[in-house]
Design a protein around this ligand. Structure first.
Ligand code: DGL
Length: 270
């Protein structure tokens, strides 16, 4: 694609999606916006999430992107219709591809989904799964503490295992065979989640599913220089430090920009 792909998230979690995009579409240029001044979205009202998401999307459009990837599960769950209505370029979300992969992967028809409170409350995953597999039974559980645990790098501490056991108990009781990681941060905790759920449960990474779907759609347009431009609305140093773990490689220069009011970068860089 001649124009860059825009990716936005409430913060640094969306880098887990960028990581897969880079692997699958190495030639594409990417502009990333992380709304680190207003993270988390998962505890906010749908109205606030829609507003923040539209502002993040406009910021990317102002930078000339040719497609927008909504890496944030909460934004995908709550704001997708509003984004598609307003955005003149294709908008890709993480929920649809994740739901599709889960609906295809299940044998028993019992699927679990974990995400932020806003994502689970939206009911979007059961709806999207039902479109593809109407007989599937979906159990959703919010796991809000997973976000700070992942950002702290507490990926396999005893406390993390304990919290995971408690959160995931209803899913064990429901005897699911597929579990959707419906939040940007949860792939970082896949080891603990697998430990608690057992090998019989297939984990579906919604970000990876999204990246595969984007490649499917954009494959014919492929071929460019690659490279990523990073923008955040606050705390660029922390973004670089923690983001490195999520991204699996060093983060380059990070510029500070505000999404609201046009998003003109004030010029501070890290
Ligand atoms: N990026 C969010 C998501 O995937 C998690 C962090 C937040 O609550 O903003 O739902």
């Amino acid at each position: 694609m001649k124009r860059p792909i825009g990716v936005f998230d409430s913060g640094l979690g969306g880098l887990t999606v960028v990581r897969h995009l880079r692997r699958l579409l190495p030639g594409e240029a990417i502009v990333y916006f992380g709304d680190t001044a207003r993270v988390p979205y998962g505890t906010k009202s749908p109205e606030a999430v829609v507003r923040f998401s539209l502002e993040s999307c406009r910021f990317l459009l102002d930078r000339g992107v040719g497609a927008v990837v909504v890496a944030c599960n909460t934004s995908s769950a709550v704001a997708l219709d509003a984004l598609r209505k307003e955005c003149p370029v294709p908008v890709f979300d993480v929920v649809g591809p994740g739901a599709r992969r889960a609906a295809e992967a299940t044998r028993s028809g019992r699927i679990g989904v974990i995400g932020t409170r806003a994502t689970i409350m939206s009911g979007v995953y059961p709806r999207e799964i039902a479109r593809r597999n109407p007989a599937a039974a979906v159990t959703g559980v919010p796991c809000p503490l997973f976000v700070p645990l992942a950002e702290e790098g507490w990926l396999d501490r005893p406390a993390t295992v304990e919290i995971a056991r408690e959160y995931l108990l209803p899913l064990r009781t429901a005897d699911i065979d597929v579990l959707i990681l419906g939040c940007t941060h949860y792939p970082a905790l896949a080891g603990v989640i697998r430990l608690v759920m057992g090998d019989g449960v297939t984990l579906v990474d919604s970000g990876e599913s999204c990246a595969a779907f984007v490649r499917e759609r954009l494959a014919s347009l492929r071929g460019g220089e690659g490279g990523i431009e990073y923008f955040v609305s606050d705390m660029p140093d922390r973004f670089r430090e923690v983001g490195r773990v999520f991204m699996g490689e060093e983060i380059g220069e990070v510029a500070v920009a505000r999404a609201e009011g046009g998003g003109a970068p004030p010029g501070r860089r890290s």
